[in-house]
Ligand binder design. Structure first.
Ligand code: UD1
Ligand code: CA
Length: 531
């Protein structure tokens, strides 16, 4: 970003405190009370996710990084939901959340919103903040470095108010920055889109909605706001005119990259923000040593972590609180939500996993569905059309083909045969299956839970396990087999005869049964032969 031409070019070296860490004496106010009518949504605007994270959390997170524990969020529409989202955010865990929530009961404008935060900062043992950073809750692309530069300029120029601006090709909808016509072209005021005359509407420099304001000035100015404008609202932006009129310094920083100033008011702008944030996230992980075969097709939520030297194939989607270790390979079309994946894990194509843990060196896929509560222990294997739920698959165990494993605890080195089913639901209750270490389950085993198979036991293929099986025993439960000598040949002969007689049944018929007519013909033929 570059500094406004409006301000004196005083070369001040950057105070370290502005480049990183929390800035002393700074408080942050995030405005998040509006409904966002232009979104045409039942969901409050700031709750809409961008890269899987509610929009408001971008501003809140930024606030916490620069001001530490002095962050207030002004809520109104769907206040409880906004509060919940903030309390449960990774940065502000419930209970220990350093974020103060202030309610704005009626949305009377951005100036009125900020005024609601006054009691938060007046209370407590800390001295009143020396300056405030005010953020819109709908500008998720804003970068921390930009905010720090804004704070630096504010101080370097001893300004009372410092605003962030951007020059856009299409400025419609935004507040326009009106500068003096001559001289240093200082900022004199901001005029909202709906209040702007034709000349003002032609201005392409817009107010991003990010402000640094001196503590002493802010609330006094807010009290002087007058809602006589097109929307009948108390505009925060009017404090710029008030500062200018009382001879206080107004500084401005113009964004180099105007995209950063995008305000999300419509679904189109939401989609635009999503694109930009997704790209930022991919770039961050590429820079951190993650390989992506086709980056543009990879979707990583803002809350996800990916380890070094992990390879992501096309169409991988990583959501929520997913954490991926180092040296993993995730093949095409894998979707993980809230999963932890250890190091050196291979997940083959087309797997969907939620709320599960996959430990180091495990293999998953292709076509695996892990529903919540699954643990795949070290070097275990789950493959080809296996569904699991609330199941712990022990170290080195294998469930490689066509199985449903639900509510099960499975030990180490277990072989789950193809087509094994845990029958965990009797229509009323869910019950558990316990399988000891080293058990061998033959193919097509059904385990009627609750049931336990002791360590080292073998279950014969095709067994329906209804009783517990002791350790090292053979469990077999299937009807004894009977072989009838020559039966198949006799049946074929019978069919062939019948067909020859009637001509009705085609040679390639799949039916092995005789019709009544065929059967009676056959009987009379036999009788003739005997005669
Ligand atoms: C605002 C600015 C405009 C700027 C634009 C940048 C004002 C008057 N205008 O306009 O100059 O170009 O942002 O994106 O500030 N909010 C409340 N309480 C309210 C009203 C709004 O908390 O009573 C919150 C909203 O939830 C939102 C933010 O304030 O997060 C901005 O409100 P919005 O209605 O989107 O303002 P804009 O019209 O975009
Ligand atoms: Ca807005």
């Amino acid at each position: 970003m570059r500094r406004s031409q409006a301000t004196a070019v005083s070369m001040v070296t950057k105070p370290v405190s502005h480049r990183q860490g929390k800035i002393a004496g700074l408080a942050v106010v995030v405005m998040a009370a509006g409904l966002g009518k232009r979104m045409c949504s039942k969901l409050g605007k700031v709750l809409h996710p961008v890269a899987g994270q509610a929009m408001v959390l971008y501003s809140v997170g930024l606030g916490l990084r620069v001001a530490g524990d002095r962050v207030a969020v002004v809520v109104g529409h769907q206040a409880d939901q906004v509060r919940h989202v903030i309390d449960h955010a990774p940065s502000g865990k419930s209970g220990s959340s350093p974020v103060a929530i202030v309610e704005q009961r009626e949305q009377l404008g951005t100036g009125h919103a900020v005024l609601q935060s006054r009691p938060v900062f007046a209370a407590g043992s800390q001295s009143a903040p020396s300056r405030y950073l005010i953020l819109n809750g709908d500008t998720p692309l804003l970068q921390e470095t930009t905010v720090r530069e804004l704070l630096r300029v504010h101080e370097a120029e001893s300004a009372t108010v410092t605003i962030l601006t951007a020059v856009l090709a299409d400025a419609s909808g935004y507040g326009r920055v009106v500068r003096a016509r001559s001289g240093e072209r200082a900022v004199s005021r901001i005029v909202e889109d709906r209040d702007a005359d034709a000349e003002e509407q032609a201005i392409r420099e817009i107010n991003v909605g990010t402000y640094v304001v001196d503590g002493e000035f802010l609330f006094n100015a807010l009290e002087q706001l007058d809602p006589s404008n097109a929307q009948g609202e108390y505009y925060l932006t009017d404090i710029i005119r008030l500062a200018e009129q009382s001879g206080k310094g107004v500084a401005a920083v113009v964004l180099d990259n105007p995209e950063e100033g995008l305000g999300v008011n419509t679904r189109r702008q939401l989609a635009e923000a999503e694109q930009v944030v997704r790209q930022q996230i991919r770039d961050r992980w590429l820079d951190a040593g993650v390989t992506m075969i086709d980056p543009s097709s990879v979707w990583i939520d803002a809350t996800v972590t990916v380890g070094k030297d992990t390879v992501l194939y096309p169409n991988v989607t990583l959501e929520g609180m997913t954490v991926i270790g180092e040296d993993c390979v995730l093949r095409s079309s894998v979707r993980l939500k809230d999963c932890t994946v250890g190091a050196g894990v291979e997940i083959l194509d087309h797997c969907v996993c939620a709320d599960s843990h996959i430990e180091d060196g495990a293999h998953v896929g292709p076509f695996v569905h892990l529903r919540p509560g699954v643990v795949v222990r070290k070097k275990a294997k789950v493959g080809n059309f296996v569904e699991m739920k609330k199941t712990d698959l022990g170290e080195g165990s294998k469930a490689n083909h066509l199985s449903y494993l639900g509510d099960a605890i499975i030990g180490k080195g277990v072989n789950i045969g193809a087509g094994t089913i845990t029958c965990n639901y009797d229509g009323v209750r869910k019950s558990q299956t316990v399988i000891g270490d080293g058990v061998f389950l033959g193919s097509d085993t059904q385990l009627i839970a609750p049931v336990t198979v002791g360590a080292g036991a073998i279950i014969a293929a095709g067994t329906t396990v209804t009783e517990d099986v002791p350790a090292d025993a053979l469990g077999i439960g299937r009807a004894p087999q009977v072989n009838r000598q020559g039966w198949a040949a006799r049946r074929r002969a019978l069919q062939t005869d019948a067909i020859r007689e009637t001509g009705h049944v085609k040679q390639d018929t799949k039916s092995t049964r005789l019709s009544k007519k065929q059967a009676s013909l056959f009987k009379s033929n036999q009788a003739k032969k005997r005669r």
